[in-house]
Design a protein around this ligand. Structure first.
Ligand SMILES: CC(C)(COP(=O)(O)OP(=O)(O)OC[C@H]1O[C@@H](n2cnc3c(N)ncnc32)[C@H](O)[C@@H]1OP(=O)(O)O)[C@@H](O)C(=O)NCCC(=O)NCCS
Length: 220
């Protein structure tokens, strides 16, 4: 697939899934996990006003804030804004909910930064919200997400960035076939109400406050 075909394919496919406006269509686009352990459900318009789901997502974000580069007060209004404006309106990004075979939401994961000159897809927002039970479901979910990305978009690379001190996640990704590529220095910044870690061209005289480990999927 050349770069233009890749970009058209990503834009169209992500748009179709995110624009789902009926539960009938949502069922059609559900991605099953192997061994009937559950499935992936695309996050779409139908979810913006699902109060129970929004509360769940806000709780998951609070409980897993250590894994995110930006720290701020999590609210339900902010979570709706994130789903609608940061995920839904970003044509290079898609999120899937991970449901078990009783249709209980367990976590989420997706892709981001998929529109670029290199046909690269980045794994995004991998979180197990429900920590107990459904052992192995996030591994199955990652395998299905990888297969879906490979089958539909033939990317040149699938990669991810994880904090280098997040040992459990790194071991989880290594078991799935990701290998270490490089460390990316990060610096801590503050704005009113927000603390965040970012790479920086200008802060390089300082010692980094943290590192991302960039990992790539080796089976490509
Ligand atoms: C990263 C994260 C999603 C991994 O979730 P997880 O619960 O470890 O993943 P799984 O659901 O696949 O469970 C794997 C465990 O189930 C076990 N398991 C049981 N049956 C299994 C099966 N058939 N296949 C795979 N694993 C199985 C594995 O041995 C593994 O146990 P271990 O952790 O003791 O090695 C989770 O730790 C998380 O949400 N972390 C916080 C957020 C985060 O750091 N995200 C990453 C940001 S980059």
């Amino acid at each position: 697939m050349n770069n233009l075909q890749y970009i058209v394919q990503i834009s169209q496919h992500f748009h179709i899934l995110k624009s789902i406006d009926s539960f009938e269509k949502l069922t059609k686009y559900t991605i099953p996990l192997d061994d009937d352990i559950g499935f992936l459900l695309p996050a779409c318009k139908l979810h913006f006003h699902n109060d129970k789901l929004i509360s769940l997502l806000a709780d998951w974000r609070i409980n897993n804030s250590f894994a995110f580069p930006t720290k701020f007060k999590i609210t339900k209004a902010g979570t709706i804004n994130w789903l609608e404006n940061i995920v839904y309106k970003n044509e290079a990004r898609i999120l899937f909910f991970v449901l078990n075979n009783h249709r209980v939401p367990i976590g989420h994961l997706g892709y981001a930064n998929c529109i670029n000159d290199n046909n690269f897809m980045e794994i995004d927002n991998v979180v197990r919200g429900v920590k107990e039970g459904d052992s192995g479901i996030m591994t199955y979910a990652m395998k299905s997400l990888l297969k879906w990305g490979l089958d539909n978009f033939s990317p040149a690379r699938i990669y991810l960035r994880v904090f280098s001190d997040n040992e459990h996640a790194i071991s989880f990704y290594r078991k799935l076939g990701f290998i270490d590529l490089r460390l990316i220095p990060l610096y801590r910044f503050e704005k009113p109400g927000v603390e965040y870690f970012e790479s920086s061209e200008v802060e390089t005289h300082k010692n980094p406050d943290k590192f991302y480990l960039e990992m790539v999927y080796k089976n490509l």
